[in-house]
Write a protein that binds this ligand. Structure first.
Ligand code: ADP
Ligand code: ZN
Length: 447
């Protein structure tokens, strides 16, 4: 189903007229209410009346994460605190978190875009929904929660973690839809298989996965293991939280952006110049309707491309590709740009490997070294183990060495870089305990 058909299938010229009207309003609004924007506009010699329609967008200044940090915690809010009825904060791996606020209308918009996301993923009113995104300051849990209630789902607010309880609920309550991070979905899938639980026994048909990068290879793996549709959802606290964009289950080919609320651009991260449709660059959003924390041209740091091609599902809203990396998380190894998603995609093309891996970076004699630690499959491991008794140990070691060589070659071809490989026995790579998983360990600092 399409949750908001008139909006989501609106002809593009009408949608652009709506975006232009809202852009004019929000620009006047921030100029009026947020000293930071007034000062920036004044310094650039821009008056809100200069902005006539969405084609004028490139004239506006960017907003960066550091601007939020510089005005920590509430300095960019555009309404008095008594109108802010909810606060969230993003984890912020370095220093203080990024704090965001919502008015009552903002929460209504958020529930609306999350309801759309659920419908995009294939959820229907009456479905039961196991929400395993973290509840709390993190936007994932509560964001999806209110969207699901708005749609009329039966919400199980289990939050993240506690795998035994998640599995009990999956088996006993028999939810139709589940949401969590992709790395946690993998933890769940493996645990189900370990415990000999046949996914066919469960009722769940869709997993809505996001909050961290993942790949189509991972999707195939999860869909095969869990017998579900695995659908990608994207969002960030600064813009609203989950529900900024979501794939339609019909195409699973790019996430429809809720363009009537969040106006997207893709720019060259070096120069700031807007890039043409289809080119990969940094994703930038202007919030068109937010009241408490409206942001103009916010630089997400996420790298992706956007297409305006019509979609089989009938929606007209633009689609963004998977996030292929982050401007700041791009690893530069001996001068070569590497994204963890490339490593994941390459690993999953090799038989006998699992999607459990970590990338370890180090510096030896001023040279970057990259090592990928990846787990071999249980089946491969036990076969090698059994054969130890039947075959000469040297042959068995050769088996492992051949696999290691194959992984090295695959990575070299995919990345254009020589990479060390360490094969780990099943269960030895870190697992998601419920939230986002850290896959890169960079020990190069100060070396
Ligand atoms: P935190 O900063 O606490 O991790 P956020 O939810 O604000 O919380 O993080 C948002 C970021 O998470 C995005 O900018 C993006 O990098 C990442 N992210 C969210 N959803 C996806 C997704 N589907 N694919 C890839 N990355 C995602
Ligand atoms: Zn679609």
């Amino acid at each position: 189903m399409i949750w908001n058909e008139p909006i989501e299938t609106m002809p593009r010229d009408e949608l652009q007229a709506l975006q232009s009207e809202r852009l004019r309003k929000i620009v006047a609004y921030v100029y009026e209410r947020v000293p930071f924007y007034r000062q920036t506009f004044d310094a650039m010699g821009i008056s809100p009346t200069d902005i006539k329609d969405i084609r004028d967008l490139p004239r506006l200044p960017f907003t960066k994460k550091s601007d939020l940090r510089d005005h920590y915690p509430f300095g960019l809010f555009a309404v008095p605190m008594k109108e802010v009825i909810r606060i969230h904060a993003s984890s912020g791996t370095t220093g203080k978190p990024t704090v965001v606020g919502y008015t009552r209308d903002d929460l209504e918009v958020w529930a609306e875009v999350c309801a759309r996301s659920l419908a995009l993923s294939g959820a229907k009113p009456g479905d039961m929904f196991q929400n395993a995104y973290g509840y709390g300051l993190f936007t994932g849990g509560l964001g999806m929660h209110y969207g699901a209630e708005k749609m009329g789902l039966t919400v199980i607010p289990v939050s993240g973690g506690n795998t035994a309880r998640q599995i009990m609920i999956l088996r006993d309550f028999k939810p139709d839809v589940m949401a969590c991070t992709p790395s946690y979905a993998l933890t769940l899938a493996d645990r189900l298989l370990d415990e000999g639980i046949d996914p066919a026994e469960l009722n769940v048909r869709v997993f809505i996965l996001g909050a961290e990068p993942w790949t189509d290879e991972m999707r195939r793996e999860l869909e095969r293991k869990l017998h579900v549709d695995a659908v990608n959802i994207y969002g960030l606290s600064e813009i609203i939280g989950p529900g900024v964009s979501n794939e339609c289950v019909e195409a699973k080919n790019g996430m429809h952006i809720m363009e009537d609320h969040f106006l997207p651009e893709v720019i060259d991260p070096e120069t700031g110049t807007p890039l043409p449709e289809g080119e990969v660059g940094e994703l930038v959003f202007t919030t068109l309707t937010k009241q408490a924390l409206p942001l103009i041209r916010y630089r997400t740091g996420d790298l992706c491309s956007i297409t305006y091609e019509p979609c089989v599902c009938g929606r007209t809203h633009a689609r963004m590709s998977r996030v292929v990396g982050r401007v700041d998380d791009m690893l530069i190894v001996r001068g070569v740009n590497v994204f963890p998603s490339q490593v994941e995609a390459a690993l999953l093309t090799v038989e006998h490997l699992t999607p459990h891996y970590v990338i370890v970076l180090d510096r030896k004699q001023h040279l970057d070294e990259m090592e990928v630690h990846v787990e071999v499959s249980e089946a491969f491991f036990s076969r090698v183990g059994q054969e130890l008794f039947q075959r000469h140990p040297v042959e068995v070691v050769d088996d492992l060495r051949m696999l290691e060589e194959r992984v090295k070659t695959t990575l070299r071809e995919a990345l254009g870089l020589n990479v060390g490989v360490r094969l780990l026995p099943p269960g030895k790579a870190p697992r998601s305990e419920g939230g986002k998983l850290r896959r890169v360990i960079d020990n190069r600092v100060l070396k």
